[in-house]
Design a protein around this ligand. Structure first.
Ligand code: FES
Ligand SMILES: [Fe+2]
Length: 332
């Protein structure tokens, strides 16, 4: 068996300059899950949120085309839309009323006194791509296409009927820990018997396995009652988890909100939104999140306390954590 590896240095989990670097090196370069396509299904609808300090929006124009922009006006940085989702008949800045077309070009600079170039003062665009009902964005215009970049990860779900699933519930959980503290925790099943008794009863944590692919890993654990509904948890660098079950799926996205804070976005999908177990599946996911929260927020405090430098990763249980931390190092 291979030897234990050192963890990332503790400082990487709280230093402000590290967070600033990761905003640029990771979150301005990678494909990031942004929304379920159903949330921007109709013309003149949008989803807007801040990802690692970047205020972003995805808008379906009156022409039916989905586009993405920084939600930052070219005049003096006002917002076009509020954070959240909804309808937008047009794109007018909330501060002084500059109006933009759905393609991002400046349509009019209200009472400005001179005519400005529509393209020069267009909204800053971002890449948008849709894969099987999920919307992704990329701030880097030169990034490889989504389908190429996430090919192997997406192939894991080839046999899974994503299109037959309905978005049933969206939730956001704000956590007082660095995004990597939560990701590290997600990436191992080592802690399941201690933190998650309910999950531990459902799945055989002794047989929990993590297999590595191209910037992703697959976690599996057989269910204890021998039913075919094994747990299959997929994590794609840097911050996307897709938890797949027989007739449901939970997407979990870890969004940095500061050096020592993050938000976990949930989207629950079900083949049958009226199925009897919908409420209990969602309740278990929320329970597991709260059990993890209790630990990761204390771990965050302890990482920043000054006594811990680096630790060790188990080759048996924490290979997924090691892969993730290697990618964090490589993104430097
Ligand atoms: S900041 Fe947008 S119109 Fe002034
Ligand atoms: Fe956990």
């Amino acid at each position: 068996m291979s030897e234990a590896s050192p963890t990332l240095p503790a400082e990487w989990y709280f230093a402000a300059d590290r967070y600033d670097r990761e905003r640029l090196s990771i979150f301005a370069n990678e494909w990031i899950w942004f929304a379920a396509e159903a949330e921007v299904g109709d013309p003149c609808t949008y989803v807007s949120q801040v990802i690692a300090g970047w205020p972003l929006m995805v808008v379906r124009g009156s022409d039916g085309v989905l586009r993405g922009f920084h939600n930052v006006c070219r005049h003096r940085a006002g917002p076009l839309v509020d954070d959240g989702s909804g309808a937008c008949a047009n794109l007018v800045c909330q501060y002084h009323g500059w109006a933009y077309s759905f393609d991002g070009r400046l349509r009019s600079a209200r009472d400005f006194g001179e005519t400005l170039d529509q393209d020069e003062y267009a909204l800053h665009p971002i890449q948008v791509a849709v894969w099987r009902g999920q919307v992704f964005v990329n701030l880097n215009a030169a990034a490889p296409p989504l389908d190429d970049d996430l090919r192997d990860f997406f192939a894991e779900m080839n046999d899974f009927p994503l299109e037959a699933m309905t978005l049933v519930r969206s939730a956001r959980h704000d956590l007082a820990c660095n995004w990597k503290t939560y990701a590290d925790n997600y990436l191992e099943g080592y802690h399941i018997p201690l933190l998650h008794p309910e999950l531990n009863r459902q799945f055989d944590a002794k047989q929990y396995r993590v297999e590595l692919g191209d910037r992703y890993c697959r976690h599996t654990a057989p269910s204890r009652d021998g039913s075919p509904t094994e747990g299959r948890w997929l994590f794609r660098w840097p911050n996307l988890a897709m938890n797949i079950y027989g007739d449901s799926m939970n997407i979990e996205v870890i969004v940095p909100t500061g050096a020592e804070s993050c938000a976990v976005l949930y989207r629950h999908f079900f083949t049958d939104p009226d199925a009897a177990d919908v409420a209990s599946v969602i309740a278990l996911a929320d329970l597991v999140l709260e059990q993890d929260r209790r630990m990761v927020e204390v771990v965050q405090r302890n990482l920043a306390a000054g006594i811990y430098g680096t630790g060790l990763l188990s080759p048996r249980h924490e290979n997924g954590v090691l892969q993730f931390q290697d990618l964090v190092r490589a993104a430097e």
